[in-house]
Design a protein around this ligand. Sequence first.
Ligand code: SAH
Ligand code: SF4
Length: 342
Amino acid sequence: MTCDALELSLSDWQILFSKWNEQKFRAAQVCQWIYAKKIFNYHDMTNLSKDIRAKLTESVLMTLPVLVKQQTSKDGTKKFLWLLADGNKIESVLLNHGGHKTACISSQAGCPLGCVFCETGANGFTRNLTRGEILGQFLMMEKLNGADINNIVFMGMGEPLLNEANVFSAIRALNDKDMRNLGARHITISTSGIVPGIEALADFEIPLRLSLSLHATNDALRSKLMPVNNQYSLSKLVGALKRYRDRTGERITIEYALIDRVNDDVQYAYEMAALLDGLSPYINLIPFNPIPSRPDLKRSQETRIKEFCRALSELKIEFELRKERGSDIMAACGQLAASRNA
Ligand code: SAH
Ligand code: SF4
């Protein structure tokens, strides 16, 4: 029976080696090669016997996403287009801010949620990514980068909390000290507001970071921009965020993309303060990145951004105005859509 290397947890590897009458520590050795050294060819795993290497080659597949295209933006952001084993294509992004690298990875091929401002959503949904496909993007980026990437954000294509089992399983491998050993504080999930997923995250054993894509501060506008709001209204969502904060003690980040005359009126800054009262989140104001499918949506004008920021300051809400990254190669937030850009 064959299985796939990136689908196996450390204990799966241990079970495999014990079936072969090999010692348990072989499992951690293989995982070191794959997750720490990015050696994906069993023949190069030189501290394993020739016999083990041959058995591995025969019975454990090593399926990795195949790099189809790589682009580099003026600001150093890199975008990778991958081909998956079944022919689907996905994208990942490597951000570089002053030496700190962050991998932005996809959790689904496409996205079923159809937020009006997002190119991924405009291109429809194909399927969830497997645990191996999620890990494969990251490990391949690290290999191509030639050094470890110490931050990972689930902000590529798809809604991670609609692919909870595979995303959580991939995160366990990233965090496992015998696998990638990446600290929980260096892993962020961004969600459009899947309430049961937020509840599950509150009970998840790894205390990672949570980012919520808000983009509108009342139900009427949010449902127009993000249809997922019809299922999980703002009151349900804020309730879940408060429970998450109370259970984990974690501060939540709120993402808010400023779209010209859609959600950038100062009245919304006041609505935001009322809506998030008692949550004390950190607000990331992101410049809206234009997308081909909605040429009518524009980035807010400078004066309107300034007024919005001034209102938030007066309201004593902590926020940061983010710089756009990678938009010249369609690698910025919301611009990923492998089918169109390929
Ligand atoms: N589905 C998840 C994660 C992927 S989207 C989510 O929605 O949170 C990653 C981030 O990009 C989210 O904060 C999303 O709201 C934002 N985004 C989508 N389209 C955008 C655009 N055109 N301009 C700026 N940010 C955008
Ligand atoms: Fe999906 Fe997130 Fe894009 Fe909305 S913003 S369509 S949830 S990827």
